[in-house]
Design a protein around this ligand. Structure first.
Ligand SMILES: O=C(O)CCC(=O)C(=O)O
Ligand SMILES: [Fe+2]
Length: 266
């Protein structure tokens, strides 16, 4: 990604969170978890906002006009350029993944039905009140893929084998691909959803960007992914019905793992 696209997107994040809260709350959606998130009692440092279909000119323009009624072309352009580049990378990774499992044909369906969401995150500086310094508690994402990039302040950690937490250093030239719950279901448990969290260890405000992929429709469980060591573990499911299920069960701040097993496990 050209450095200038990265920098413009992060500059856009700062500008966006500088808006008054009542303006930010205009970021609503009829899709679960596609709206403004924040004001959590347990994680008061955290706030995030999202653009549905961020690779589209119309969608980025309507979000931008909602936030800046007088317009903000620089912001709109930065959101769309960033999302276009990350979504192209995501399509290439998804294709390689499908091919590696001998189901390259699935990319056709996947690419026609990918619903992207660009989410901007802000985490305020930690305070003296130690109880409330979590950035984001451990969780897995309800996405297919989550592609995360941090600005220049660290804090993201992923859980690896033996329950160890590993720091992910910020980098303007690399992207962290995390498997979400829907990918775990699709892969019939060959790929585990990745548990991660955000801690506040630097004395600075932290910004991050996430491009999240969802399948608009059914997530199929392919027979090619079934064998003796991998008996079928899931029923096919509708990705957005899964999101509705999580929202009903856990509310606006889902912090749990194994959600897809609860929804569509056999
Ligand atoms: O801010 C980050 O780096 C990660 C955010 C995240 O994990 C999420 O919203 O699911
Ligand atoms: Fe996450």
């Amino acid at each position: 990604m050209p450095r200038q696209v990265h920098d413009a997107a992060f500059a856009g994040a700062e500008e966006l969170f500088d808006l008054p809260t009542e303006v930010k709350l205009r970021n609503t959606s009829n899709k679960p978890y596609f709206e403004y998130l924040g004001q959590y009692k347990t994680q008061p440092l955290y706030e995030s906002m999202a653009i549905d279909h961020p690779t589209s000119l119309d969608a980025t323009a309507s979000f931008t006009n909602l936030m800046w009624p007088a317009g903000n072309d620089r912001f709109r352009e930065s959101a769309q350029s960033y999302s276009e580049l990350v979504s192209e990378l995501e399509q290439a990774v998804a294709r390689m993944l499908f091919e590696s499992y001998g189901v390259g044909y699935y990319h056709d369906y996947y690419s026609k039905n990918t619903n992207y969401l660009l989410r901007y995150f802000k985490y305020n500086e930690a305070t003296m009140d130690k109880q409330r310094n979590e950035g984001l508690l451990p969780h897995t994402d309800i996405t297919f893929f989550s592609i995360i990039q941090q600005g220049n302040v660290s804090g993201l950690q992923v859980k690896v084998k033996d329950d160890q937490w590993i720091d992910v250093p910020p980098s303007p030239t690399s992207f962290l691909f995390l498997a979400g719950e829907a990918l775990m279901g699709w892969s019939n448990d060959r790929i585990s959803s990745c548990c991660h969290r955000v801690i506040r260890n630097e004395k600075a405000r932290r910004y991050s960007l996430g491009v999240f992929s969802f399948i608009s429709g059914m997530v199929h469980i392919l027979e090619e992914l079934e064998d003796e060591t991998h008996p079928i573990k899931y029923k096919p499911f509708d990705h957005f019905e899964f999101l509705h299920f999580v929202k009903l069960k856990l509310g606006t701040n889902p912090r749990a793992c194994d959600l897809i097993k609860a929804f569509s496990g056999v």
